[in-house]
Write a protein that binds this ligand. Sequence first.
Ligand code: 8X3
Length: 247
Amino acid sequence: MSILVTGASAGFGAAICETLVTAGYRVIGAARRLEKLQEMQNRLGGNFLPLQMDVSDTASVDQALAKLPADFAEIDCLVNNAGLALGLEPAAQADFNDWLTMIQTNIIGLTYLTRQVLPAMVGRKQGYVINIGSIAGTYPYPGGNVYGASKAFVRQFSLNLRADLAGSGVRVSNIEPGLCGDTEFSNIRFKGDSERAAKLYENVEYIRPQDIADTVLWLYQRPAHMNVNSIEIMPVAQSFGPLPVAR
Ligand code: 8X3
């Protein structure tokens, strides 16, 4: 039995892998950057398996899954963590290619991998899909356009999976984090403009990857009869904006 974590080479994914391996589980860390995963394996040992995979490419997903050694091949839990935000421009100025990239990874990648892994879970009458959504999937904000919409997809997909999996013994949760620092997420969102990215986290006690990793471990260790449908997490410093009225 194993736990497969996507986007494993940094940020949430790396923290989730480390936390799960430390708790005694066998973990497959999937990501594009194999060398980063290999560094992790040096630290984490034989219960961590690096797996090169680009979730946005269905052929890459198929090839990676086909390569799994027998002692890791039974995936008991899939943590769909790989995802990204690109740009914070208003919709009329956004780069359409950024939108496509987000749709390809956050929606198509996540759904394809889930579709590939689910049948074996259903066959075993046991399994768990933990999706990493976002508060952006519930609350709109300026510049969130397609990123938020992709996370709204993840939220509803998670709930609809629950509907389809009724009676199967397979659990599904959607973790919806708010502002989280110490990851590559913000740098990617601002396309390498580290100054702009750093500004967002200035003087704020933001959520850390470890907070999300602890949440994944907690969810996985709940008893088999208990399903947490969604769990929304914000830093105390973050809350809700007013509903503006344009005049
Ligand atoms: C991103 C959450 O609050 O940084 O998923 O937009 S936030």
